[in-house]
Design a binder for this molecule. Structure first.
Ligand SMILES: [Zn+2]
Length: 422
């Protein structure tokens, strides 16, 4: 099948330029969830979809669905999508690349007169970035009716301090839809969800490859507020045996976690972990005091559920031994656990075959960051992700995706679509 990719690539280039212009906030772009920048991006996507003759509908949460009809309209659609919001002074491509790629794929299919066996829906998801509202995956959770009823009136946007409900109303959207738990998507009525996204780490650039097929999204075990407590004491007067030093307990835990990491890595298992905000309380600490309190954050991620289980067990056993040996209570505070998501093997295989067919150098890798695909996967929808090389990191204005790499990923997607939609 010959695709008219020149027109599709031109559309993508024009859309990226227009998106940047519509949400410029030097340095970079800002597209607040349920704010002006995001609304402008949705309007641009909708205009492009209408120009392509796609069927457009938005749900009351503001998620936008743009559909290229397939041969059998009764079959569940393939959904390609991502989010259109962006962090303050962020890059132009995080999220947007997935929506633009869906539209470019529709343009290519239209241009070559190809009709897929089923509908292809491009979804522009609302409110994925957690920096605006302290709630994760608002748009995709709203689409499945998964928002707790009180949430629209309790979470406030970080820049305005106004509630989600107020911002939705301002955008002509309906917070009652979220409160009601109604859904605009039914998991059983989705053939699969494909999320193209820029890579957010350096691996693609280091490997010199434009595209990666994602194996899974890492799950996480997060304890944002760990508060070990022992006893404050005099740095000169207190013998070692009587001390209940919270810093030494924290350091011991950090060392144990790094040893665990090295062992898992040596065994070929996926893991990343981060201890942050490691400090003693500034109002209490001093150079001549044994630190009786400490604060740190813990962020542990793995593609492998068993590794998260092992990490949780290590935290529990260290808490026990630290209390016994050091007299320090290791309070990890409230934790959040998100299970990892494996990408559907048939979709991974289709994308890998598509990359080979399109002659695009590629590799496989795990996604370290969470994405809307996680919500679709948790609902039982088959998911796949395609990463595009990006040399500048993400969530910053230096994000740098080359259009040539975007076009390479588009070629992979187009080569894989007949199999994906089959
Ligand atoms: Zn993103």
């Amino acid at each position: 099948m010959m695709h008219n990719t020149m027109a599709a690539e031109g559309l993508a280039a024009r859309l990226f330029t227009a998106l940047r212009a519509a949400s410029a906030d030097p340095p970079g772009v800002s597209r607040a969830s349920y704010g002006e920048g995001e609304a402008a991006a949705h309007a641009l996507a909708r205009d492009a979809a209408l120009a392509l003759g796609l069927e457009c509908r938005a749900d009351p949460a503001g998620n936008l669905f743009m559909t290229l009809p397939g041969a059998d309209r009764a079959l569940p659609p393939v959904i390609i999508g991502s989010h259109l919001d962006a962090v303050p002074h962020g890059g132009n491509y995080d999220g947007a690349a997935g929506v633009v790629m869906g539209l470019a794929a529709c343009a290519a299919l239209r241009g070559s007169g190809t009709t897929l066996p089923r509908d292809l829906t491009v979804m522009a998801v609302r409110a994925e970035e957690m920096c605006w509202f302290p709630a994760f995956y608002l748009g995709s959770r709203a689409a499945f009716g998964l928002i707790p009823p009180e949430l629209p009136d309790t979470v406030r946007r970080s820049d305005s301090n106004r509630t989600l409900a107020e911002h939705m109303v301002e955008q002509g959207l309906d917070p009652a839809f979220l409160r009601s738990g109604q859904a605009s998507l039914e998991p059983g009525r989705i053939h699969c969800f494909i999320e193209p996204h820029i890579e957010q780490g350096p691996q693609r650039a280091e490997a010199g490859l434009p595209v990666a097929v994602v194996t899974g999204i890492r799950g996480s075990l997060r304890h944002p507020r760990c508060l070990p407590s022992g006893a404050w004491g005099h740095a000169g007067a207190e013998p070692r045996a009587g001390r209940r030093d919270a810093v030494l307990a924290g350091v011991e835990l950090a060392t144990a976690l790094e040893e665990f990491w090295l062992a898992e890595e040596a065994a070929g298992r996926d893991l990343v972990l981060t201890l942050g905000e490691f400090h003693t309380p500034t109002t209490m600490h001093g150079p001549t005091k044994i630190p009786g309190e400490l604060r740190f954050s813990l962020d542990i991620r793995s593609e492998d559920k068993a590794v998260l289980d092992a990490a949780a067990a290590l935290l529990a056993s260290r808490a026990e031994s630290m209390a016994a040996r050091r007299g320090v209570a290791l309070d990890y505070g409230a934790g959040m656990r998100v299970e990892p998501l494996k990408m559907a093997p048939r979709l991974r295989a289709a994308l890998l075959a598509g990359a080979t067919k399109a002659g695009v150098p590629h590799m496989e890798m795990a996604s370290g960051a969470g994405h809307d695909a996680l919500i679709f996967g948790q609902q039982g929808v088959d998911c796949a992700m395609l990463f595009i090389r990006n040399t500048g990191g993400s969530h910053n204005p230096h994000e740098a995706m080359e259009l040539a790499d975007f076009n390479a990923a588009l070629a992979v997607l187009l080569a894989a679509l007949p199999e994906i939609a089959g």
